[in-house]
Design a protein around this ligand. Structure first.
Ligand SMILES: [Zn+2]
Ligand SMILES: [Zn+2]
Length: 472
C-alpha cells in the first residue's frame, strides 16, 4: 500500500499540469487504523497517564523508554515466528541501510533486549520497569482495532516467586478500579515447557478425534500442526464449541508449576481481587510460562455467556522465565503486563465518569493599556510559578473581550489592571461567582487571593486522578 502511494506521487511529479490539479483535489488524511487525539480527548489521556505513572511509582517501578524501531529479528526470535503478530501483523520493512526493521508490535521484547544490553542483571534484583508508548500492528480493517495503539507496560526481571505475578495483577486491578472501571481478572497457568509437552499431546489427541477437525476454522486447521495450544485462543463460534470438552492444562501441571499457581491464587484471594479461573486462556505468544492473565471489563447490565467469551480484553500479561536466556542473556525470570490505553479511555467515556478538570480556582488577568499589560504579563508568570491556576488573553485589548474570555474559561476571580489602578498601586478583584468587585492594594495581592480562593496551602494540585479515587 505505501509503495502504491509513492508511485502515484512520482508519476504526478513528472507530469506538471496534473500535479497541481491532483494535489489540490486530493486532501491528505491519516492512515487507516490510526487516530488523532484532539483537544477534547486530551483530558482523558492526562488522567490515565497520571494514574499509570502514580501506580508504577508507588510500587517501585522505574520509567524507561525503548526505541519504536527495532531489528525485526528481535520479534521473530522472542514473540515467535508462528504468532499472528509476527506472521501477519508487523509493520516490517527494509530501511535505507538494508537493515530489516520493525515498528514495535509489542512491549516485552524491547524491554528484555534493554535489560540484557545494559547489563541490568548487575543491578539489585528484581529490576522493575515501566513505560508508555505506541505499538503498531497491521490489523485487519474489519476488526475495528487500531493499528497504532498506546500501551502502559510493566515488567519485573529477576523474581521467580509468585509475589511478582501477584503484584502485577494487583497493579492492573488497582489501575482499573481507581478509574472506576469494573474488571475481572481472567487467569490460567500454561505450565512450563516440561509439563506442557504432556498436555499438548493430550490436546492434539483430543482434536484428532473424529469429526472435530472439520469443525475448526481455517486458521485453526493450520494452527493444529504448528501450535495446537493456540486452538484454545480462537474466538470463532465453531471452534469455541469444540473447545468446550477439551482437556484442561491445570490438570497436567508439574509440582513446581502447580505450587506456583496455587500461591498466586491464594495471594489474590487475600487481596480480594476478583478473578476467574479460565482454563482456556493461553495468550498467543510463544514465550509465556506458568501464569497468564487478562483483564476483561464487567458490564453492569451483565452479558450473556456467549458474549462474555468474546469480551474484549483491556490488557494482559504473564510470566516469561525463559525469555531473557533465549534472547542471549543470563537465565533470568521475568513477568509483565500491558494495558491498552485507548480502550481504557473508551470505557471511561462510555461510563461518563466525571472528570475534575483543571478549571477550579482560575484567576484571569485582564489589562487596559500598554503599561498595565506589561505589568500583568510579569504578574502572570509570577502567579503561575507560585502554583496558581492562571489564564489570560493578552492579545485582546478591549476589556469586554477579555471578560468574555474569562467567562468562557470559567474563571473564579478576574484581576483588572487599568491606568488608574496602575497609578494608585492597586488592582481590581472581581469575584465572578459572587458578582462582587473590590479595589485592593497591589502589595496585599497574595493574602487577598488566598482568602478569596480559600487556599490553605499554596499548592493547587489539580489532580483528576485523586478526585476520582476519593469519590470512590
Ligand atoms: Zn511445569
Ligand atoms: Zn478457530
Amino acid at each position: 500500500m505505501p509503495r502504491k502511494k509513492a508511485n502515484t506521487t512520482k508519476k504526478a511529479a513528472t507530469n506538471k499540469p496534473k500535479t497541481s490539479k491532483s494535489v489540490k483535489s486530493k486532501r491528505l488524511h491519516r492512515l487507516r487504523g490510526m487516530k488523532d487525539v484532539l483537544f477534547s480527548e486530551s483530558k482523558y489521556w492526562d488522567l490515565v497517564e497520571r494514574k499509570a505513572k502514580d501506580l508504577a511509582n508507588v510500587y517501585g517501578f522505574q520509567k524507561i523508554a525503548t526505541p519504536i524501531l527495532e531489528f525485526s529479528d528481535l520479534y521473530v526470535k522472542s514473540t515467535g515466528k508462528e504468532t499472528d503478530i509476527v506472521s501477519k501483523e508487523m509493520y516490517a520493512f527494509v530501511d535505507k541501510g538494508g537493515d530489516k526493521v520493525t515498528l514495535r508490535p509489542e512491549a516485552t521484547p524491547g524491554a528484555v533486549r534493554a535489560y540484557i544490553e545494559h547489563g541490568m542483571f548487575n543491578l539489585p534484583q528484581p529490576v522493575k520497569m515501566f513505560w508508555m508508548g505506541p505499538l503498531f500492528r497491521h490489523e485487519k480493517p474489519q476488526s475495528g482495532r487500531l493499528r497504532q495503539h498506546t500501551q502502559f507496560d510493566l515488567e519485573i526481571f529477576g523474581e521467580e516467586g509468585p509475589v511478582a505475578d501477584t503484584q502485577l495483577i494487583l497493579i492492573a486491578y488497582n489501575f482499573f478500579s481507581e478509574l472506576q472501571i469494573n474488571v475481572q481478572i481472567q487467569i490460567n497457568s500454561i505450565g512450563c515447557p516440561e509439563c506442557r509437552k504432556d498436555y499438548i499431546e493430550k490436546l492434539s489427541a483430543f482434536y484428532k478425534e473424529r469429526g472435530k477437525r472439520s469443525k475448526l476454522c481455517n486458521d485453526c486447521k493450520k494452527r493444529f500442526t504448528k501450535n495446537p495450544l493456540r486452538l484454545l485462543d480462537c474466538k470463532e463460534e465453531s471452534c469455541l464449541e469444540v473447545r468446550e470438552d477439551a482437556p484442561q492444562i491445570v490438570d497436567f501441571l508439574c509440582d513446581d508449576c502447580r505450587e506456583h499457581f496455587i500461591k498466586v491464587l491464594e495471594y489474590l484471594d487475600e487481596l480480594e481481587i476478583p478473578y476467574n479461573l479460565n482454563p482456556f486462556l493461553v495468550r498467543g505468544l510463544d514465550y509465556y510460562v506458568k501464569t497468564v492473565f487478562e483483564i476483561t471489563p464487567i458490564d453492569e447490565e451483565g452479558l450473556d455467556p456467549s458474549q462474555q467469551k468474546r469480551q474484549i480484553s483491556l490488557g494482559g500479561g504473564g510470566r516469561y522465565d525463559g525469555l531473557v536466556e533465549l534472547m542471549g542473556g543470563r537465565p533470568t525470570s521475568g513477568c509483565g503486563f500491558g494495558i491498552g490505553l485507548e480502550r481504557v479511555i473508551m470505557k471511561i467515556k462510555e461510563k461518563s465518569i466525571p472528570l475534575k478538570e483543571d478549571n477550579e480556582n482560575i484567576i484571569f488577568l485582564a489589562q487596559l493599556g500598554e503599561q498595565s499589560k506589561r505589568k500583568m504579563m510579569t504578574l502572570f508568570e509570577e502567579l503561575r510559578k507560585a502554583g496558581y491556576n492562571v489564564r489570560q488573553s493578552f492579545t485582546k485589548d478591549s476589556l469586554k473581550n477579555q471578560l468574555e474570555e474569562a467567562n468562557r474559561v470559567n474563571a473564579k476571580l478576574v484581576l483588572i489592571l487599568g491606568q488608574k489602578e496602575l497609578l494608585d498601586g492597586t488592582v481590581m478583584v472581581r469575584d465572578m461567582e459572587l458578582g462582587t468587585q473590590e479595589v485592593i492594594d497591589f502589595k496585599k495581592l497574595y493574602p487577598e487571593l488566598n482568602k478569596r480562593l480559600e487556599v490553605k496551602e499554596m499548592k493547587l494540585e489539580n489532580s483528576a486522578t485523586e478526585s476520582i479515587a476519593e469519590e470512590k
